[in-house]
Design a protein around this ligand. Structure first.
Ligand code: FES
Length: 163
């Protein structure tokens, strides 16, 4: 006779571990599906907004611009032009295919490096394929005496800001 003590076995102990395995697989699948649904629901409910910088630019104090000058701000793509009578703003984006133009001090013109359009300092086209002049942009003085330019608001006629 053997004195060996055997652990009690249940007839379906193998069945139980298999059941636990499938329960875990099932729960994991449900959790993954719920997480995926949550991500898609969040994307669906979030506003589909493109965040862009404000079109209104603070161009600073008027006295930072030398008399009779055309100053390009490449970050905002605007020119601040100081005439003897006042200030005005032009878009620096070429009206042909949208390249950033540059002011040529020695020639006194605004030139586009892409296809050769040229504009005078009022934005009027003098050469090249650009179909329209450079747009004039609305400009005003804020309460602190700084020049403000609205890049989203072009104006039909040149308006000078007098300081
Ligand atoms: S983009 Fe300026 S001339 Fe073509």
């Amino acid at each position: 006779m053997s004195d060996e003590i055997k652990a009690p076995t249940t007839p379906d102990s193998g069945e139980l571990s298999r059941r636990r395995f499938f329960v875990k697989v099932g729960m994991t699948s449900i959790a993954v599906a719920a997480a995926g649904t949550g991500v898609f629901a969040y994307q669906f409910l979030s506003p589909n907004v493109l965040y862009e910088p404000s079109p209104v630019v603070n161009a600073g104090k008027p006295d930072r611009y030398p008399p009779d000058s055309v100053t390009l701000d490449p970050e905002t793509a605007i020119y601040v032009v100081r005439d003897p009578e006042g200030y005005f703003a032009l878009s620096a984006t070429c009206t042909h295919l949208g390249c950033l133009t540059a002011f040529k001090q020695e020639l006194g013109i605004i030139a586009c490096p892409c296809h050769g359009s040229k504009f005078n300092r009022d934005g009027v086209k003098i050469a090249g394929p650009a179909p329209k002049p450079l747009p004039w942009l609305r400009m005003w003085l804020n309460d602190d005496g700084e020049l403000m330019v609205d890049r989203s608001n072009s104006i039909a006629t040149k308006q000078l800001v007098r300081v």
